[in-house]
Design a protein around this ligand. Structure first.
Ligand code: AMP
Ligand code: ZN
Ligand code: FE
Ligand code: FE
Length: 280
């Protein structure tokens, strides 16, 4: 079984629609794909219809933006009840703050590069969660940089001169919110040095105490030091280990299925989640 539980669609900052994401997952030989857009469940229904039609398993999830010790982090929430009001209210608050933040970022970037806020908005899907990748796309369209990664490395990196904060909950609260919604919380790419500062060991203890269920150990943004470190922490805290591509479609090098999650771990997620894994 090939299971890639963490990907993005045009409901946030991916470039494939949910239906295209599902079709591409079949092309990549996956048996189960997870759709985990940033701070939204909007892509779920289209992905579910496509998965049923095309015959592939679908793991419905989200990637919740959070903050700990001033560091932005991402908490995956698998199989939460999408009707959980506090979860949707938090998503709405984060998404609203992301728009203000993106507009401010675009103003800063526009001082030095030939893009405007409408250029950024042209890159954002209808009702999609706005993120820095959309600003990167505007820079690529303007011919300033060849791809998203270069735009991040040169301009949009965390804590750089164009970086603007946005509202997001404390990471332990984010874990508890996902649990309250019946979801299964997993710490996404916690050792991604290349994106900026990473959290100290204490944070894993704090999040485990809050109810964290797993750690995403296998991710392209982890260097070789992170695998043994994160595996050891997971073992110590009795957390399960996941791996995923964090596919964002065209414009990022991540390929579907480049990292996978074990079937036994998917079974543990399915057992705990408020809703079903959709199987073909
Ligand atoms: P945001 O949520 O708006 O802060 O943007 C975060 C998204 O930008 C992540 O989901 C990644 O896909 C992407 N990203 C973050 N850091 C980098 C980086 N250094 N290089 C390329 N993409 C990045
Ligand atoms: Zn993203
Ligand atoms: Fe992430
Ligand atoms: Fe992601």
């Amino acid at each position: 079984m090939r299971i890639d539980p963490h990907t993005h669609s045009t409901a946030s900052d991916g470039t494939s629609t949910p239906a295209q994401l599902v079709a591409e997952s079949i092309g990549a030989g996956l048996d189960v794909v997870g759709i985990t857009d940033h701070d939204t469940t909007d892509g779920w229904d289209q992905a579910a219809a496509a998965a049923a039609r095309m015959g592939i398993g679908l793991l419905r999830g989200v990637e919740l933006s959070a903050t700990t010790r001033g560091i932005p982090v991402h908490i995956l929430g698998f199989l939460p009840d999408p009707g959980h009001e506090p979860l949707q209210a938090e998503f709405a608050a984060i998404r609203e703050s992301r728009v203000t933040r993106a507009q401010r970022t675009a103003e800063l970037v526009a001082r030095d590069f030939p893009i405007t806020w409408p250029d950024v908005l042209a890159q954002v899907g209808p009702d999609a969660t706005v993120g820095r990748p959309h600003i990167a796309d505007a820079l690529v369209v303007a011919g300033v940089f060849p791809d998203r990664n270069t735009a991040f490395a040169e301009v949009l990196y965390q804590d750089g001169p164009y970086y603007v904060d946005y509202y997001s909950p404390d990471a332990a609260d984010a874990v508890q919110l996902i649990l309250a919604a019946g979801g299964v919380p997993v710490f996404a790419h916690p050792g991604a040095h290349n994106r900026g500062r990473i959290v100290p060991d204490e944070t894993y203890w704090e999040l485990a105490a809050a109810g964290l269920a797993g750690i995403e150990v296998y991710h392209r943004d982890h260097d070789d030091e992170q695998y043994p470190r994160l595996s050891r922490i997971a073992r110590h805290l009795d957390l399960f280990v996941t791996g995923a591509s964090d596919y964002h479609g065209a414009g990022k090098p991540n390929r579907l299925g480049e990292n996978l999650t074990a079937p036994s771990v998917l079974a543990a997620i399915a057992e705990r989640g408020a809703i079903e894994v959709l199987l073909p």
